[in-house]
Design a protein. Sequence first.
Length: 183
Amino acid sequence: MLYPMFETERLLLNPLRSEDAIQIQQILPQWEIVQFLAASFPWPYPTDGAAFYVDKVALPAVSAGSAWFWTLRVKKSPNDIIGMISLSDAHLNNRGFWLSPLWHRQGLMSEACEVITEYWFNTLQRNVLHAPKAVSNEASRKMSIKSGMRLIRQEKKEYVSGFLDSELWEITREEWSSRHAKL
């Protein structure tokens, strides 16, 4: 299934390709990135971890039409990956992302989430978006609040860093559309 590349004010969001695994492997295995990923994420990260994930997990899900993955690149350096964002039809886990710590606190992931969430609701025609996260992942929580999501459940979940307090956030298509009609 083909899906689009997106351009925001500062970013290029390119559909994931097999060759992207080389850069992902260089960036992803940093504690600051992986600590809040699901416990199923292999840690320590194997030397072929990105290639395995891209070729055996992500791209087959794209082919099946159940997930969509984009690499994030700043426009001024379009060949360099700085993070990823994805959408998935997985139950209660529809959007995920990570960003190189060098690019934190600049609003880039908020910019990416805006266009990807719009794609989820307006192109894929999904009715609700769920995003689980660790309570201690404060930046991700703030982004959910800022984007109009609401907290619907709290629980304990296992992450790479251990069992943590976790939250499930959601926003419906109607809430998203209403919010954007006002902007």
